[in-house]
Ligand binder design. Structure first.
Ligand code: NAP
Length: 248
């Protein structure tokens, strides 16, 4: 593959596992240097860096809570110092705490909104100044939304509300940043085989529920994320791209 992202720098939050890991590898394959953010799983983040190096690329693991402004601003300082700025931001880190509303504890409401929504605010707020100064061309942001923002399902109110917020944040920020030539889009996956989705997917028969009759692979999300970040999507901003195997 032609390395169209050569000399570009990417940050993937929650890059240690699942969809984030696949995004790190796809961006590295395209030539980008990748900062692999994680929350607790240091060994998994190091393993992603090792895979990036095997591909001939450069990766840096960095622990940090996406929803803590100080931790994200420390990360921005480190990226600026070591890599001279940032071209691509993938706001991927997320958590799920499913429960019927009548049993949903306040802390589970708060934690899902904190990581999934405040995390996108805190990380983007911290990274924007170091994205604006790049001379290599237009920067780009992709946020991970979910099918849950547009299709209702039981036990999901906190998660669905957080992802509805992600969609609204994406559209509003796209307008705000268009004059700066920074594009902002979201990818809304359906059912993708990761640790997060395991519990939800165990009650679903993909042959009945999904028009393409199977669950998605993490690489199938990473390909769309990488496309939206890349110059090939230079006229796309403010979009929520659903990648669901045909679920409407
Ligand atoms: P996953 O396998 O559970 O991985 C979650 C990642 O987020 C891990 O790398 C984790 O780090 C990181 N993380 C969690 N809390 C964090 C925090 N406070 N700060 C920094 N990193 C944090 O999840 P996934 O299935 O790949 O999902 C990735 C994104 O896609 C999420 O936003 C999710 O809502 C969205 N999505 C997934 C599906 C699906 O079917 N899988 C569908 C729709 C949307 P550690 O490894 O250190 O814990």
């Amino acid at each position: 593959m032609e390395k169209t992202m050569k000399d570009r720098v990417a940050l993937v939050t929650g890059g240690s596992r699942g969809i984030g890991r696949a995004c790190c590898l796809e961006l590295a394959r395209r030539g980008a240097t990748v900062v692999v953010n994680y929350s607790t799983q240091r060994a998994q983040a190091d393993a992603v860096v090792a895979e990036i190096e095997k591909l001939g690329g450069r990766g840096i693991a960095h622990q940090g809570d996406v929803a803590t402004v100080k931790e994200m601003s420390d990360l921005a300082t480190k990226i600026e110092k070591e890599l001279d700025g940032l071209d691509y931001l993938v706001n991927n880190a997320g958590v799920i705490r499913d429960q019927l509303l009548l049993e949903l504890e306040e802390e589970d409401w708060d934690e899902v909104l904190r990581v999934n929504l405040k995390g996108i605010y805190a990380c983007t707020r911290a990274m924007l100044p170091i994205m604006m100064g790049r001379s290599s061309g237009a920067a780009s942001i992709v946020n991970l939304s979910s099918i849950a923002s547009s299709v209702g399902s039981k036990g999901h109110v906190n998660y669905a509300a957080s992802k509805g917020g992600v969609d609204a944040f994406t559209k509003a920020l796209a307008i705000e940043l268009a004059p700066k030539r920074i594009r902002v889009n979201a990818v809304a996956p359906g059912y993708i085989e990761t640790e997060m989705a395991r519990e939800v997917m165990k009650d679903i028969d993909p042959r009945q529920r999904i028009p393409l009759r199977r669950f998605g692979a993490t690489s199938e999300i990473a390909n769309v994320v990488a496309f939206l970040l890349s110059d090939a999507a230079s006229y796309v901003t403010g979009e929520i791209v659903r990648v669901t195997g045909g679920i409407q």
